[in-house]
Design a protein around this ligand. Structure first.
Ligand code: CP
Length: 307
């Protein structure tokens, strides 16, 4: 069996293109399984996985849980809001207590960048980062690139514009690493206040005019304005943001070509993306969600195979 170069999935930054290729090939097989009447395989029977979420989630949490159940793993779920974290228990104590119950793998979302990396140095189990603050969201980037490959045949040579709140986005950073490793060209677009100052050092193009970004790209990955992470005002109002950066049908109709629209969710409808685009034939948003289960099955299966 081919193996990943890592025993944790902490981010895309340290994955090789061969690792990503192996995850995609494995996900192709699992996607075929998911389209069968019986969607379950015994691959992770006797493996126990804890989903440890210190931050809210709909897609990622459900997608991991479904992936684990489709692989026949035993699953336990932890939500910090109803846990002893509220009584002051530390991250390491919390996770070590979960592991004492004979858990083999931990899928963790945390609001602090680096939390899964820190944990990986202190515990034995494999860790999958399900989003660490504004840092990385590796399985989102994998499912995004997998969806581009599915829609356009390949990722190499494609032009992808990531549009919106890049400053607060873990999806943006993981996507930049993943797309570049697969040979795509990446542009980021947004108001200067929502682009990190170091961003050009990552080898991406920077654009502030959304129409020019859409005209340049084959794929637009539109990101959510993350109001919950914004302590100061980065733009005058949501209405003004929507006026200058919101993607709507009228804007797409002005382009001289068809482009693919993506969004990792949750969408602020009418802010970064209008319903006339989100629900149109341009959008592959629900295909991204569907592919998330196959990608997460592949990641869990490959990491478990390294034991
Ligand atoms: N895309 C994503 O991470 O969505 P959730 O926050 O709902 O998991």
């Amino acid at each position: 069996m081919q193996q990943l170069s890592t025993r944790h999935l902490l981010g895309i930054e340290n994955l090789s293109p061969a690792d990503i290729g192996l995850i995609f090939e494995t996900a192709d097989n699992f996607k075929a399984v998911l389209n069968r009447p019986i969607k379950k395989v015994p691959s992770l029977r006797d493996i126990t996985i804890a989903n440890v979420f210190f931050e809210n989630s709909t897609r990622t949490k459900l997608s991991f849980e479904l992936a684990e159940k489709r692989l026949s793993a035993d699953v336990v779920n932890f939500a910090s809001g109803s846990s002893s974290v509220k009584k002051g228990e530390t991250l390491i104590d919390t996770v070590n207590n979960i592991l004492a119950m004979k858990v083999d793998m931990v899928v963790m979302r945390h609001s602090s960048p680096g939390a899964p990396h820190f944990l990986s140095r202190h515990i034995q189990a494999s860790i999958v980062n399900a989003g660490d603050g504004t840092h990385e969201h590796p399985t989102q980037a994998l499912l995004d690139a997998f969806s581009i490959r599915e829609k356009l045949g390949e990722v190499a040579g494609k032009k992808v514009a990531i549009i919106g709140d890049i400053l607060h986005s873990r999806v943006a950073l993981s996507n930049i690493f993943c797309l570049q490793k697969l040979g795509a060209e990446v542009m980021v677009c947004g108001p200067a206040t929502l682009l990190p100052r170091y961003i050009r050092e990552l080898g991406v193009q920077v654009e502030h005019d959304v129409f020019r970004a859409l005209q340049w790209c084959d794929v637009a990955n539109v990101l959510r304005i993350q109001l919950e992470r914004q302590q100061i005002k980065y733009f005058p109002s949501l209405r003004e943001y929507s006026l200058y950066y919101g993607i709507n049908k009228k804007l797409l109709n002005r382009l001289d070509k068809e482009i693919v629209i993506m969004h990792p969710g949750p969408i602020n409808r009418g802010v970064e993306l209008n319903s006339d685009v989100a629900d149109s034939e341009h959008s592959i948003i629900l295909q991204q969600v569907e592919n998330g289960v196959a990608i997460r099955m592949a990641v869990l299966y490959l990491l478990a195979g390294q034991k």
